[in-house]
Design a protein around this ligand. Structure first.
Ligand SMILES: NC(=O)c1ccc[n+]([C@@H]2O[C@H](COP(=O)([O-])OP(=O)(O)OC[C@H]3O[C@@H](n4cnc5c(N)ncnc54)[C@H](O)[C@@H]3O)[C@@H](O)[C@H]2O)c1
Ligand SMILES: C[N+](C)(C)CC=O
Length: 492
């Protein structure tokens, strides 16, 4: 496909190379070919982008631009994403290895996110308070936070970027985005679309580079007011520390080790289908993947048998092959991590019911492929049950009572998401109420949409993206009080 892409940083309205002249090759995870070479920015470029965003916020028009006009620009971005959907989907699949159908679905979701926040832009006007003080006006207004640093991961590159860009722009902030250094292509393209949509210079800046340099500079800078980060727990902790210097606002969307509880009275075929979808979509590289399958003991054997039968038929391959259901992992480093987890599972005494290695197909040998893998005989104390492998791995535990199921589901440092499958809706609601997670699905898994908030309990993060709460992350709340009949107090 012919692609129109300027492979540069975007700072203060200009497409620029890294000051150092350094570059980075972007690798296709399907065959390890170099698909693009992009600038490798460092602290110097980042400081320049921060200065541009600071100037655009402190002295530019954007924060004072009428919210309706900002909303119109955000809506225009949605329209341009829809116009260039096929090209964006192609770039996302090229960069991540995910199937074109997945990437097309992501692009629809992304346009939807920009549309949602375009609509909310001018519906955030604040409120009048019933003041207890006679002859006074008490009002609450919402103002942009300021300069926002936005750091995104590689698994849903543009989707996670859209959850940050759309609400930040709608509310009048300025920003510097740092996409994952592994998967920058769709974010670069979207910055070109944002320029075309009329986002003024300096308002949205893009810096391509590594976490330890660009990401760390954003996190430590005293000129950045907020960091919104999506990524792993260990990076999240580092960012919290780095951001403490000027007590930045923090929004952290971190990892998960998500339980999927299957009761014996569930619709069996539905639960099998959703259990597979909940994990093996995008080769398990989903923060909310339902990797901890917690199955009622009486149906365990039948359930595992049904899963294994379906897994054996998975079509693994290129994201550009219409038949492919599951693509490769993102990188050699990540493949090694997943292999190590499987090795750990073996040593811990879990049984491999299917998978447990790399595919033998000669056509897949140059890619970072790993077979969908199911471990049975798992217990909650095992590392493979507790740690996020972020690959195509299911661990199966069993329970005999509702209470035990909820206890196992909650036995994690994470609290991002979880699922319950049962036809007893009252039991489902009881479980959902007890599960300590930001999202609980009942007879569903991994569904998200712009209108509902997303985020984690416990160590899965701080704050919420999407929904109305997603806009609140990007606003400060101010109380303005005016005494209409002021009189001296004569206290002193
Ligand atoms: N909660 C969610 O909604 C959500 C969504 C997607 C992914 N994730 C999580 O993301 C992780 C996978 O993504 P990843 O491997 O790209 O995560 P990662 O933490 O390695 O990297 C994420 C981003 O942080 C940057 N970074 C790395 N070190 C940094 C530092 N010291 N300072 C500032 N930035 C730094 C990286 O360059 C990248 O842009 C998984 O744990 C997954 O669960 C969470
Ligand atoms: C948030 N989500 C589910 C889109 C991607 C998580 O990795």
């Amino acid at each position: 496909m012919d692609v129109n892409l300027t492979l540069k940083n975007y700072i203060n309205g200009e497409w620029v190379d890294a000051k150092s002249g350094e570059t980075r090759d972007i690798i296709n995870p399907y065959n390890q070919e170099v698909i693009a070479t992009v600038p490798e920015a460092d602290e110097t470029d980042t400081k320049e982008a921060i200065a541009a965003a600071r100037e655009a916020f402190d002295n530019g028009e954007w924060p004072e631009t009428p919210a309706t006009e900002r909303g119109a620009i955000v809506r225009r971005i949605a329209e341009l994403i829809e116009r260039d959907k096929e090209e964006l989907a192609y770039l996302e699949s090229l960069d991540t290895g995910k199937t074109m159908d997945e990437s097309r679905g992501d692009m629809d979701d992304i346009a939807g996110v920009f549309r949602y926040y375009a609509e909310l832009a001018d519906k955030n006007g604040g409120e009048l308070i019933d003041s207890p003080v006679p002859n006074s006006v008490s009002k609450v207004v919402h103002e942009p936070v300021g300069v926002c640093g936005q750091i995104t991961p590689w698994n849903y590159p543009l989707l996670q970027a859209s959850w940050k860009l759309a609400p930040a722009l709608a509310t009048g902030n300025t920003l510097i985005m740092k996409p994952s250094e592994i998967t920058p292509l769709t974010t670069i393209k979207t910055f070109a679309l944002m320029e075309e949509a009329g986002v003024p210079k300096g308002v949205a800046n893009l810096v391509l580079g590594a976490g330890a340099t660009v990401g760390n500079e954003l996190s430590t800078s005293n000129d950045v007011d907020l960091i919104s980060f999506t990524g792993g727990i260990e990076t999240g902790k580092k960012i919290m520390q780095a951001a403490s210097g000027n007590v930045k606002k923090l929004a952290l969307e971190l990892g998960g080790k998500n339980p999927n509880v299957i009761f014996a009275d569930a619709d069996f075929d539905l639960a099998v289908d959703q259990a597979l979808n909940g994990v093996f979509f995008h080769a398990g590289q989903i923060c909310s993947a339902g990797t901890r399958l917690i199955v009622e003991e009486s149906i365990h054997d039948a359930f595992v048998e049904a899963l294994v039968e379906r897994v054996k038929k998975f079509r693994i391959g290129s994201g550009f092959d219409e038949d492919t259901q599951m693509g490769p992992l993102i990188s050699a480093e990540h493949l090694a991590k997943v292999e190590k987890y499987v090795e750990t599972g073996r040593k811990e005494g879990a049984t491999i019911a299917v998978g447990g290695g790399r595919p033998e197909d000669p056509e897949l040998q140059n890619g970072f492929f790993y077979l969908p893998t199911i471990f049975t005989g798992c217990t909650t104390d095992m590392n493979i049950v507790q740690e996020e492998a972020f690959g195509p791995i299911i661990t199966v535990e069993t329970f005999t009572s509702e209470q035990e199921a909820v206890k196992l589901a909650n036995d994690s440092i994470y609290g991002l998401a979880g699922g319950v499958f049962t036809q007893d809706t009252v039991k489902a609601e009881r479980c959902a109420a007890k599960m300590r997670m930001g999202t609980v699905w009942i007879n569903e898994f991994n569904l998200y949409f712009p209108h509902a908030p997303w985020g984690g309990y416990k160590q899965s993060g701080i704050g919420r993206e999407l929904g109305r709460l997603g806009i609140e992350e990007y606003t400060e709340t101010k109380h303005i009080f005016q005494n209409l009949k002021p009189e001296p107090l004569h206290w002193f």
